[in-house]
Design a protein around this ligand. Structure first.
Ligand code: 5AD
Ligand code: SF4
Length: 437
């Protein structure tokens, strides 16, 4: 009987992408997917390091795995991803019952590490400091038959002072454009209708390649692929954003009318200390330019509350920018001190109760704006893609607009993979209700 595996993925889409490659490699090595960690022969955690609570959670979960392993000594536990790249051998010190540990640059080594663990009887690990194999070159087992993550680059050359990503994912390495296009064509042949391009900073795509292909060129080239219906990408950095990306979005029908555009703070003083080179007014003028060029554009963002030295006035600046920007949605984060970052050693860390209070106000403001924006969509009709039955109510289907909004519609006659038209009948901060037309 073949062995079974179960993967738990934390963090961002880059990790989701890596997990699909990990699953693909394991299946190529004879493993089959288990329905739960309790029944799997191999349980693998693909970890994140972006904020501190992720750290604590991992060691808690590994503690629970220890008990499982005492019951079933043949169980194998593997950990990979950003937190493992950050902690390296510390993972095995804190959780010596882990069998295999691998860093972000060592994904391709997993099968060899598993084998080494069996041969030696002791934990096997590898934490390379540079990618040998681009994860996209590995086999994949996709979670979704219609959607695929496609990485255009890994790593990041920026130096935002709060961020651990450059430390755990290294410098930017881009994939050749021809390789990306070939992958997308193959995916479309396989039934994929939507791709999300992934990179820590997609605007600087190609800067490290011969001929310096531009992200805008990539978007235009993808637009020519027959059968591909929707192209999304994440994330651009406001610093490197250029008008040609807006032009490419506006003139490429497959590129969706949605952009994730991380603001981080609305205070110029804080942006400076974050080493984010744009200023609030510049950011807002980019938004205006994008909305003028791309009718119906939806914008989402990331905002950090309580960056070291953030004063009441700084925070009020963020509130004002959020009011003016009218984001469709925002991911809001309490600042979290990360090792190996400049901000980690900055003075004036903001007290927790102050952060909590600001955070609450920001969330409330943005919820109100999200709701207003969603209410404005009522009565309008949109093309939606049917993803599958709603988790809460199986009599309804979860669908998605090009602008990345969730619309729940009656399930009758629908199945996953269909494009239909829906009229919006109800609005909530995080989703919409609709009916088919
Ligand atoms: N603390 C809080 N939020 C952070 N982010 C990145 N680093 C930190 C940190 N140290 C947020 C940023 C980024 C998103 C992916 O996570 O907003 O855009
Ligand atoms: Fe993604 Fe960053 Fe978390 Fe790594 S640390 S999984 S790159 S969010």
């Amino acid at each position: 009987m073949s062995k079974t595996y179960f993967i738990r993925t934390h963090g961002c889409q880059m990790n989701e992408h890596d997990s699909e490659r990990i699953a693909g490699m394991l299946e190529q090595n004879g493993y089959a997917l288990a329905s739960s960690p309790e029944t799997a022969d191999l349980v693998l955690f693909n970890t994140c390091a972006i904020r501190e609570n992720a750290d604590n959670r991992l060691y808690g979960t590994l503690g629970h795995m220890k008990a499982l392993k005492e019951e079933r000594p043949e169980l194998r536990i593997a950990v990979g991803g950003c937190q493992v790249q950050k902690d390296k051998a510390l993972v095995l010190e804190k959780a010596p019952w882990v069998d295999v540990a691998f860093g972000t640059f060592s994904v391709a080594e997993l099968p060899a590490l598993l084998q080494r663990r069996e041969e030696t009887g002791v934990p096997a690990f590898e934490f390379a400091e540079q990618t040998e194999t681009f994860p996209s070159a590995l086999p994949s087992r996709r979670e979704d038959p219609f959607h695929a993550w496609v990485s255009v680059s890994v790593g990041c050359d920026n130096s935002c002072t709060f961020c651990i990503v450059p430390f755990v994912r290294g410098r930017q390495v881009s994939r050749r454009m021809g390789e990306i296009l070939d992958e997308v064509r193959a995916l479309v042949d396989d039934g994929v209708v939507e791709v999300t391009l992934l990179g820590q900073n997609v605007n600087t795509y190609g800067r490290d390649l011969d001929g310096k292909p531009l992200f805008a060129e990539l978007l235009r080239a993808l637009d020519g692929i027959d059968g591909l219906r929707r192209v999304r990408f994440t994330s651009p950095h406001p610093h490197d954003f250029t008008p040609d990306v807006i032009d490419a979005m506006a003139s490429s029908p497959t590129v969706c009318e949605h952009i994730h555009f991380p603001l981080q703070s609305g205070s110029d003083a804080v942006l400076r200390r974050m080493r984010r080179s744009y200023r609030a007014e510049r950011y807002l003028s980019w938004l205006e330019q994008m909305r003028d060029a791309i009718p119906g554009l939806a914008v989402s963002t990331d905002i950090i509350v309580g960056f070291p030295g953030e004063t009441d006035d700084d925070f009020e600046d963020t509130m004002r920018v959020v009011e003016r920007a009218r984001f469709d949605s925002a991911y809001t984060f309490r600042y979290s001190t990360r090792p190996n970052t400049e901000a980690g050693s900055m003075p004036d860390q903001v007290p927790e109760h102050v952060v909590a209070e600001r955070f609450q106000r920001l969330v409330e403001l943005q919820e109100a704006i999200s709701l207003q924006r969603n209410k404005a969509m009522r009565g309008e009709t949109f093309e939606v893609f049917v993803e599958g039955p709603s988790r809460k109510d199986p009599s309804r289907m979860t669908t998605r607009t090009r602008t990345n909004k969730i619309v729940h519609v009656p399930a009758d006659g629908l199945s996953a993979g269909m494009f239909v038209r829906a009229r919006i009948t109800g609005a909530h901060p995080h989703h919409l209700d609709g009916e088919l037309v």
